[in-house]
Write a protein that binds this ligand. Structure first.
Ligand code: HEM
Length: 145
């Protein structure tokens, strides 16, 4: 199902052409990163379905921030998830559970106006370039000299 879903996104012009970042990923980057992404998505759904497999990858905000996903693109991806589940005749109850878990991430996976700037909030006070806490770089420099 995740295979079908992921391959559908690469063929959907509303997703591929939504912005330069998504176009780059779905026309070039996917050649090398799609297998790992399919594995990460499978673990995420398995975890949301109650395990026992656990998702251990990046947080949704961090995995998607640079892709500048709009709410409209998120909705288009959700429709492709529905199409993929229908292809595999996923029962209505399980389908509703997956869609509820997926929908709950709409704010965290998106990074357009209205998305909570959680990633930047968490980095408040950190060096914008290194992401390190104040003084960490200096302490690290002292350790190597
Ligand atoms: C609830 C919604 C979503 C879930 C659960 C999800 C899940 C994931 C996971 C598990 C990863 C891999 C993270 C890692 O590398 O550790 C990922 C990355 C990615 N997701 Fe999503 N995703 C969601 C929404 C979206 C949407 C709406 C798009 C828009 C097309 C999208 C496109 C991508 C892309 C292109 C990557 C690969 C980034 C890379 O190469 O590192 N995702 N997603």
């Amino acid at each position: 199902m995740i295979d079908n879903f992921s391959d559908r996104l690469v063929k959907n012009p509303k997703i591929v052409n939504a912005n330069p970042e998504l176009r780059e990923w779905h026309t070039v980057t996917y050649h090398t990163r799609m297998p790992g992404l399919k594995w990460g998505r499978t673990l995420w759904v398995a975890m949301k379905a109650g395990g026992p497999f656990q998702y251990t990858g990046l947080e949704m905000r961090d995995a998607h921030w640079d892709l500048k996903i709009s709410p409209e693109v998120f909705d288009e991806v959700t429709q492709e998830l529905i199409n993929a589940m229908d292809d595999f005749k996923v029962p209505e109850r399980e389908k509703a559970e997956v869609l509820a878990a997926f929908g709950a991430e709409k704010v965290t996976a998106g990074s357009q106006p209205g998305a909570v700037n959680w990633r930047r909030w968490r980095r408040a006070g950190r060096d914008p370039d290194t992401g390190l806490n104040p003084g960490t770089a200096e302490r690290a420099a002292k350790m190597v000299t």
